[in-house]
Design a protein around this ligand. Sequence first.
Ligand code: UT7
Length: 312
Amino acid sequence: MGSRLVGYGSYLPERVMKNADFERIMDTTDEWIVTRTGIRERHFAAENETVVDMAATAAVRALNNANLSIDDIDLVIVATTTPELDFPSVGVQVLGRLGATHNTPAFDVRGACTGYIYALHCARAFFTAGIHRRIMMIGAEKMTRFIDMADRSTAVLFGDGAGALIFEHSSSSYSGIIDTVVMADGRDFECLHGTNDHKISMNGPETYKKAVQCMPDAARYIMEHAGITAENVDWIIPHQANLRIISSCAEKLEFPMDKILVTVDKHANTSGASGVLALAYAFDNNIIKRGQLILYPAFGSGLTWGAALIRV
Ligand code: UT7
């Protein structure tokens, strides 16, 4: 039993924070941010805007795109690391916000920047087992809750937003979520983690080194597992953390940069929303076409990493 993608939606907060806006409030430059990260701007949620608000808007847009209602969905999985409430899950709150009446189950996955791959992994397992027939996965983050404006080394890197994808079961195993792999190594958790006072603690250069190793490894592993080579892949959508990390992955995989989707310049690092927002951006701008094969490698706090292979 496989799946197919039937809808997508995304939400980016209205406020756009450009590098020049950081120049005004901290000791940084547009030149440093662009050359070290590739980031030019990011969206910042309003103070009273929550992860649930963003996730619910992306969910409604995905449902409209698929011409479905929330009661047509039989499982919601949300990848988020920045929920306002410890409980209940963002997924259940989204169901409430959308007025679901069919006792649809929902849960959150905390995989940091790899969260959306972990969510896709869960969705694939449920389709393969024949347990759920129509699953909405959402990646939603309010990274600004963790941004410390006194720390220029992390403040400029992150953004807020949400994306949603709806998959339904299919008899074909060559469409939708074809394959996934997820990994973790808790020994390196101090490289990148949230602190008790809601700040980001990151050893940038160490995290960078791990990212340029783990993402290509996961990409190679999943291609081998699926019995394909890079020539069979139409697009790679890597986790959007840093353009230099993305370019290094492309080089290691001998994959042309013009087939690598880059949104880090516009969205910065939106953690668990990153790949979902990037795919929605690609559809909205007619960059990626229905039927194409996408390789999705990701990497994040944990350390966690993994990849998904999706025919959209
Ligand atoms: O989502 C997955 C997790 N995140 C990542 O994948 C991030 C991985 N790491 C990175 O992307 C990069 O390590 C950074 C972009 C975070 C930093 O780039 P870097 O080339 O590794 O810089 P660095 O940390 O080695 O810092 C170089 C210099 C330092 O100054 P000194 O000590 O050489 O005088 C920093 O203080 O750059 C300075 N610096 C800044 N300068 C201007 C750090 N942040 C800034 C800033 N503006 N915003």
